[in-house]
Design a protein around this ligand. Structure first.
Ligand code: ADP
Ligand code: MG
Ligand code: ZN
Length: 618
């Protein structure tokens, strides 16, 4: 948090509020001393008026000081001076008595006098009684409120006083451009117009065209939403205010709204510029969902107000990113706000090649077969691809090479997707054999079916992810549609591993848990979402939430149907399992050959495997 400015109206520079408080008390004590001075001697004894008179008459009093309402007198008691005080009584004969009485040790009379009460000047009085206490309290208040703010900054929980605190700074001179964002051509096209507008708002104003105030970047994590927002600022060469949605939502009601106000005020001064709100779902969630969150709603309302409030032709463009568009408040999406939606999808084959190329520019490499790598990474996001390239570079360094090769990339694909090789995991010979048959089971079933992706690689080197081995299938092209057969064949392939264990060893192991999970998911989707069961025809039985975040689904049918769905799913899986077992039983000699080859080599390529298969078929 930014350091607070010292108050300029106080020249007492105190670091700590408590010091300020103590100082205040000290000043009060000092004032007390000033206003109510004592007589200096600290052994003053109180006495009553009668004994005072007696002492005067008895000739024991040396001198008397008469103040406005007290009398102090010194008595000689056995050669020692003792000071007494008593109240001043309306005694007309007091002066007479004092004049007449004798002083003890001297031959003459008592010395006595009356002290004229000193009147403070009215100006001094005003200062002492009004200005100074006020000043003290002001200083104390400033100090404590400041320390409260400091604690807010440090995450404490005090009420807020003052403005929104953390300032949002604009980044200018951003180097990211559209060239850094590979693929995503549709997104770039949409955003190019915004860049043009920021370059030259006047051109649009002339025609009377108002550009959308906001664009919403939507897509799965890692597809380059944050990246492309920066690229827009870089292309337009305008200041870039970036803030994450969660930064608005603080513990203190009103802080988020104040921050939004601050942000738009600053942006207004710096126009043309870009405001980027990352992960906007943190504040933009639909407001109707039962449990309210005052702070979030206030922040959202403030955002809506600000978006309406600013002049669309001034050149402030608001970009926001989210991977949960369906959870956003409808008010955010209506025309005049985030009415333009920029879809960022997971890259296709060409997109993956382009992204790999962009990131490979940053590392030294020899001739890379992009096609192989891009095909092996179907379904990966831009962020994962960036990570794969970096892992490959790290591997090249480990290998003592000065450049990245295709095999580095292939290995790092596996590292990123399946975890690193677990070098010191030692499998017993029996386990190794079992894993080999399991994997060959998958590969063989895949190879024996039409409509299934060719086997690319089979390995029984354990991975840190827990996989003891795996079979990698790589599609030759890109698939956007899958037919019923393909999906079913996939399930058959997934059951192939367990089938091999059953057929060859007559036993089942825990090694198939991941296969089971995937097969069930697929079979379920076939029944509930893809309308691929005869029984339910095209009835939608499930809805998908958070499509971009893993896509958990919830049932949209009665409980009776739900249990029936389970039966239907089971039927699909059982069919698949039976088919896989049939394939393996029919090709046992290939199984044995391929498995012993795999046990020997630990990793074999798809071609090596297919050669064994073809040789056996002859
Ligand atoms: P998001 O905000 O969509 O979750 P990011 O923009 O933060 O994703 O992307 C993370 C990283 O992934 C980027 O910094 C970049 O290195 C890489 N990346 C993602 N998409 C692309 C792309 N289309 N082109 C190049 N790099 C990309
Ligand atoms: Mg992001
Ligand atoms: Zn398996």
């Amino acid at each position: 948090m930014e350091k607070q400015k010292k108050p300029s109206n106080s020249n007492i520079s105190v670091q700590n509020p408590y010091v300020g408080f103590l100082l205040g008390i000290l000043i009060v004590l000092f004032l007390n001393g000033l206003l109510f001075p004592n007589i200096g001697n600290n052994r003053i004894l109180s006495t009553d008026y009668v004994s005072f008179i007696e002492k005067v008459d008895g000739g024991k009093v040396k001198n008397v000081v008469i103040k406005s309402n007290e009398i102090y007198f010194t008595v000689d008691e056995d050669g020692k001076n003792v000071v007494y005080k008593t109240g001043l009584t309306n005694d007309p004969q007091l002066v007479d008595r004092l004049l007449k009485a004798d002083s003890p040790n001297e031959s003459h009379k008592i010395t006595f006098n009356q002290i004229v009460p000193k009147e403070n000047s009215p100006i001094l009085n005003f200062f002492l009684f009004w200005v100074l206490p006020g000043l003290i309290f002001y200083i104390i208040w400033r100090r404590t409120s400041k320390s409260i703010q400091a604690r807010i900054g440090a995450g404490g929980n005090f009420m807020s006083i003052g403005n929104s605190g953390a300032k949002i700074y604009a980044e200018s001179d951003i180097k990211t451009t559209f060239a850094d964002v590979a693929g995503q051509d549709e997104a770039k096209e949409t955003l190019t117009e915004i860049v043009d507008f920021l370059h030259n708002p006047a051109k649009y104003a002339e025609v009377g065209a108002t550009l959308p105030k906001g664009a919403l970047l939507v897509g799965p994590p890692g597809t380059g939403k944050t990246l492309i927002a920066r690229a827009v600022a870089g292309e337009a060469k305008v200041p870039f205010f970036a803030i994450s949605g969660s930064e608005f939502v603080q513990m203190f009601v009103g802080m988020g709204a104040a921050k939004v106000r601050d942000l738009f005020k600053q942006a207004g001064e710096k126009a043309p510029c870009i405001i980027f709100i990352d992960e906007i779902d943190a504040i933009g969630k639909r407001r109707d969902t039962g449990m309210g969150n005052d702070e979030r709603e206030q922040t959202l309302n403030q955002l809506l107000t600000e978006m309406d409030g600013f002049d669309g032709q001034k050149g402030v463009v608001i970009l926001a990113a989210t991977n949960r568009p369906e959870s956003l408040d409808k008010a955010l999406l209506r025309p005049g706000r985030f009415d333009r939606r920029v879809q960022m999808e997971l890259p296709d084959l060409e997109g993956r090649k382009a992204i790999l190329a962009v990131h490979l520019q940053k590392v030294k490499h020899d001739d890379i077969d992009m096609d192989i790598v891009a095909r092996a990474t179907a379904g990966s996001s831009g962020a994962e691809l960036a990570n794969i390239v970096n892992e490959a570079a790290l591997r090249a360094v480990r290998m003592g090479r000065k450049y990245v090769t295709t095999s580095d990339l292939e290995e790092s694909v596996e590292t990123v997707l399946a975890g690193a090789q677990k070098k010191n995991a030692v499998l017993s010979a029996d386990e190794k054999k079992l894993v080999a048959y399991h994997e060959i089971g998958h590969a063989l079933v895949a190879a024996m079916q039409t409509h299934s992706a060719p086997v690319h690689k089979i390995t029984i080197i354990p991975r840190t992810s827990g996989a003891l081995g795996y079979t990698m299938q790589v599609d030759s092209g890109e698939h956007f549609l899958l037919d019923r057969n393909e999906l079913f064949n996939r399930i058959v392939t997934l059951t192939g591993g367990r089938s091999a264990e059953e057929v060859v060893f007559g036993a089942v192991t825990t090694g198939a848990s991941n296969d089971i999970e995937q097969a069930t998911k697929l079979a379920r989707a076939m029944v509930t979402r893809y309308g691929m069961s005869e029984k339910y025809d095209m009835m939608g039985l499930e809805t998908v939430n958070n499509a971009y975040l893993g896509g958990d689904s919830s049932l949209a049918c009665s409980a009776v149907t739900a249990s029936d769905i389970d039966r239907e799913v089971l039927r699909v899986i059982k069919d698949a399992h039976a088919k896989a077992r049939d394939i393996i039983t029919g090709h046992l000699d290939v199984m044995h050959k391929a498995a012993s080859f795999l046990i020997e080599k630990e990793t074999i390529t798809g071609e090596e495997f297919m050669k064994i298969v073809r040789d056996a078929e002859k």
